[in-house]
Design a binder for this molecule. Structure first.
Ligand code: GFB
Length: 310
């Protein structure tokens, strides 16, 4: 896709990932970006989605809309994570086929891989074992989305590609303490503890779980790189190639926020998958490299939090 006047529908345009993809598209000169928020268009409603495609006639689709949340949100509402995501994907992917979309990019997640997968996780390990139970609903939905893209390409000759991002954080993240992912959740906890002069911050789990964390602007850059350069049936892991323990991450965030107290680990809370590190050779070999170091990304995200949440 090289025509900068092409009409691109970003489903999930207002979310952390969708909004960073829109910014990156605009930086590259793409002008016709469309998309509505979830109150204006409920992507779970098939008739509404068909109506939107028929009226707007997009040429390209980025499917970044999803019900997302951290480990606790996933455990609390597994049915919603399964249903909402299946419904959104079914509607957007099927309409993209029905309305002859030239290309679609689907964003899945690294939680599709088996809980005890060998690390780093290669694309071919998909479906080699059981997924992590704390996010089973979300993972099953994302596997279905990925397979839908693959099978629509096979049966209908569509051009649908998929990416598997590692854990994403960054500008526009959700900082709700119960629903957020770890980086946003800890930024908020450490910030509030600093303001309230608390003695310690409670970090969930043992601190031994390991995660690969990527800044949302880098994910957006990788998505557009693949959208512009790749067509075919491979899907791509998207990550930094490095992981970190939650304990180490908590110390980095404590330092970035400037909190002087202690850290306590609440081992009554779950760790989730013991390690989630992607093998990103396929992406690297096609010429893409990650830019933002974790410390810089945390600093930028904390800066954004201070502006928007205090
Ligand atoms: O980011 P997170 O919720 O995602 O948690 P998952 C990562 C790790 O950080 C877990 C620990 O071991 C948590 O127990 N952690 C420590 C915390 N303190 C906190 C905190 O204050 N908030 C949060 N959220 N975690 C999600 C999946 O799993 O990752 C989704 O549930 C999705 O389906 C997403 O795949 C990327 O990596 O454990």
């Amino acid at each position: 896709m090289k025509d900068k006047h092409s009409k691109i529908f970003i489903a999930g345009r207002n979310g952390m990932v969708g909004s960073s993809i829109e910014i990156e598209f605009r930086k590259r000169g793409y002008e016709k970006i469309i998309g509505l928020n979830s109150k204006e268009l409920d992507l779970r409603n098939q008739a509404d989605v068909e109506d939107y495609f028929s009226k707007e006639k997009p040429e390209y689709v980025i499917l970044a809309a999803a019900k997302v949340g951290g480990i606790m949100a996933n455990m609390k509402s597994p049915a919603e994570f399964l249903y909402d995501n299946l419904a959104i994907q079914n509607n957007v992917i099927h309409c993209s086929y029905k309305f002859n979309i030239k290309k679609l990019l689907f964003l899945a997640s690294s939680c599709i891989y088996p809980r005890l997968s060998p690390q780093p996780m290669k694309e071919e390990y998909l479906l080699d074992g059981k997924v992590e139970p704390t996010n089973e609903g979300y993972a099953i939905a994302k596997i279905a989305g990925l397979k839908m893209c693959e099978m629509y390409n096979k049966q209908y000759g569509t051009n649908f590609i998929s990416v598997m991002p590692c854990n994403i954080y960054g500008i526009g993240d959700n900082f709700d303490p119960q629903k957020s992912h770890v980086v946003a959740g800890l930024i908020r906890k450490f910030h509030e503890a600093k303001i309230e002069n608390k003695e310690y911050v409670e970090v969930w789990g043992t601190g031994d779980a390991r995660r690969e964390l990527m800044f949302n602007e880098d994910l957006a850059d990788a998505c557009i790189f693949l959208f512009e350069s790749y067509s075919g049936d491979n899907f791509f892991n998207v990550g930094t190639g490095k992981d970190i323990s939650i304990k180490h991450l908590a110390y980095l965030i404590k330092k970035a926020v400037g909190f002087d107290g202690d850290i306590k680990f609440d081992i009554t809370k779950p760790d989730g998958m013991p390690q989630k590190l992607l093998d990103v050779s396929r992406l690297k070999d096609s010429g893409w490299v990650n830019k933002t170091e974790l410390e810089d990304g945390i600093r930028k995200t904390y800066g954004w939090f201070l502006k928007h949440h205090t």
